[in-house]
Design a protein around this ligand. Sequence first.
Ligand SMILES: NC(=O)C1=CN([C@@H]2O[C@H](COP(=O)(O)OP(=O)(O)OC[C@H]3O[C@@H](n4cnc5c(N)ncnc54)[C@H](OP(=O)(O)O)[C@@H]3O)[C@@H](O)[C@H]2O)C=CC1
Ligand SMILES: CC(=O)N[C@@H](CCC(=O)OP(=O)(O)O)C(=O)O
Length: 344
Amino acid sequence: MKAGVIGATGYGGAELLRILQSHPEFQIESVYSSSQQGKSIVDHYPHLTNIVPMTLEDIDPAAISRNTDIVFLATPSGVSAEIAPLLLKEGCTVVDLSGDFRLKKITDYEKWYKKTAAPQEWLNRAVYALPELNRSSIKDTKFISNPGCYPTATLLGLAPLVRNGLIEEGSVIIDAKSGVSGAGQTASFHTIYNELNENFKIYKVNAHQHIPEIEQMLSGWGYESPITFNTHLVPMTRGIMATIYATLKSDISQVEINKVYNDFYKDEPFIRVRKNGTFPATKEVYGSNFCDMGIGVDTRTGRVTVVSVIDNLMKGAAGQAIQNANILCGLDETAGLHFTPVYP
Ligand SMILES: NC(=O)C1=CN([C@@H]2O[C@H](COP(=O)(O)OP(=O)(O)OC[C@H]3O[C@@H](n4cnc5c(N)ncnc54)[C@H](OP(=O)(O)O)[C@@H]3O)[C@@H](O)[C@H]2O)C=CC1
Ligand SMILES: CC(=O)N[C@@H](CCC(=O)OP(=O)(O)O)C(=O)O
């Protein structure tokens, strides 16, 4: 199947190319750019020399529709909202990595992203695709909205507790940390070396755009309260750790809660639940599509601590996008995603 990547010069685009170039069913047909048309992708990313020796093309929806079976949009929020409808009207199958089609209420998007939302018709059409939780709806669509990086780690960590009705309303607190590639390749004051090196910063305090995305899913699972969610920048390239706290409705032992998680994810190829009382680190999933998690019951407070880690560019973006594309196209869900984490 022929795949196209728009935004191929970005970090998410580069990660899509890394996966696609060895995928057994997809072949990279074309790569697109809004600013470097006519140049080789290798001029921008020398690490792709002799691997993806392709020329960047103009973003022409009609030509993209003719030339590809599936197109990945690795473009910034605000840009996808404009491009995706044009591609869909031309008959393309679209997997969008941005936040533009995740929130189903225009008012939510405009409040949290502070940008103009896509028309309601297209928000309704996009399927929010977190395979472990809504695999069946992914098979029947031509338009996938890939979840955000923090929401992926957080929702996978919370799902067994919420879906089994084990935690008190209003008790969820999420303390999340990310590597700097989560901010994309465009430099900002917060991402220059002097600001990052030997530093640890909180940002977007109580105002992160992923709060409504997480709440939207939790509400669909019956947890209706607002969450406390904060994010920190860690001086590392890749990785997200979401440390989640919630109050348990009743006494449950460490062994029992691990069984809840193991049962919930028993058939999931990309979820690895750690043994009783042990917890993952970000490097243990680096470069892979795994989400690893550990669960700890605090019998003194009646609270549970869940630690969920992903690689933001893989399970948090490009890896999950390919997982979704595999499902949508009726392929083995793990095709092209058999990466052992890079360690140390
Ligand atoms: N980085 C991460 O860990 C994650 C990112 N995401 C989302 O994925 C998307 C891509 O992120 P990321 O790769 O990190 O971002 P980058 O900033 O690294 O890359 C974005 C790319 O979009 C292209 N672009 C910019 N403006 C336009 C435009 N007006 N029209 C078309 N293309 C444009 C640029 O390529 P060019 O100039 O060549 O057109 C650029 O290389 C974003 O929406 C992001 O929120 C989601 C989860 C995790
Ligand atoms: C480290 C870092 O800056 N991470 C970004 C994640 C961006 C992202 O994935 O945002 P979308 O919702 O637009 O997809 C952030 O916190 O905003």
